[in-house]
Design a binder for this molecule. Structure first.
Ligand code: CMP
Length: 226
């Protein structure tokens, strides 16, 4: 049911049945396969997407192609595409489905009409925008003040916090990722990330097992950040 999918999006979780029914009437389902581009940076963007199941990555392609920066990952319950929807400028980043992903899509007119009728939702949207701006500031701060091993240590601890599973031998980061993707997350080259991962491994701080990273000594990574 579409209305159950809408309830799964925290943005809409406090809405009444009538409000959900009103949204239901205008939202559309769209599904994407793992690896599919949902839209490209620079596209026109009259729509907001809400993830009801799956995961996407936010990517900044480099001008020459090849390298890319990974701004972040969004999971079930998150929304994206709000920037172009609100300011009517082209898409600020490319969005790629990193798993098979189901979304609900709202068009600009419908979303803005819904916001005018339910102004409390605007506050929720603003809070999310505030959080994203703070994270972007932190990313800039880290790029300036931390070196690559420091940024790598910080990212591994963050990933462990969000996706970590504690086991008797360490915290397993439950996210399959290539070193290229990890490099894009910390704003470094794959070669450099590979070198520093190997150094952490040689010191018994982490282990790498088939694209999964296990953290043995989080305190050592923590020390590397300051
Ligand atoms: P939009 O510009 O419409 O399309 C790309 C989307 O990526 C953007 O809306 C946001 O939803 C999302 N996005 C862009 N930059 C960031 C960021 N720094 N942090 C989180 N999300 C972002």
């Amino acid at each position: 049911m579409l209305s159950q999918s809408l309830r799964r999006v925290p943005l809409f979780s406090s809405l009444s049945d009538e409000q959900i029914a009103a949204l239901n009437a205008v939202a559309q389902r769209r599904s994407f396969r793992r690896g599919e581009v949902i839209f490209h940076k620079g596209d026109a963007g009259p729509t907001l997407f809400m993830i009801t199941q799956g995961q996407v990555k936010i990517v900044l392609p480099s001008d020459g192609g090849g390298e890319e920066a990974l701004l972040g990952v969004m999971d079930t319950g998150d929304f994206f595409g709000e920037l172009s929807l609100i300011d009517e400028q082209p898409r600020s980043a490319t969005i790629v489905a990193s798993e098979d992903t189901d979304t609900l899509v709202l068009h600009r007119v419908d979303f803005l009409e819904f916001l005018s009728a339910n102004p409390e939702l605007a506050i929720v949207v603003m809070r999310v925008l505030c959080r994203r701006l703070r994270e972007a500031d932190e990313f800039i701060e880290d790029a300036i003040f931390l070196d690559v091993p420091g940024r790598l240590a910080k990212k591994l601890l963050e990933l462990a916090e969000t996706y970590g599973r504690d086991t008797p031998y360490g915290t397993v980061i439950g996210l399959r990722m290539t070193q290229q993707e990890l490099a894009a997350m910390v704003g470094a080259t794959r070669e450099s990330v590979n070198k520093h991962l190997r150094a952490y491994r040689a010191r018994g701080i982490i282990e790498i097992d088939r694209q999964r990273i296990i953290i043995y000594k989080p305190e050592e990574l923590q020390r590397r950040i300051y």
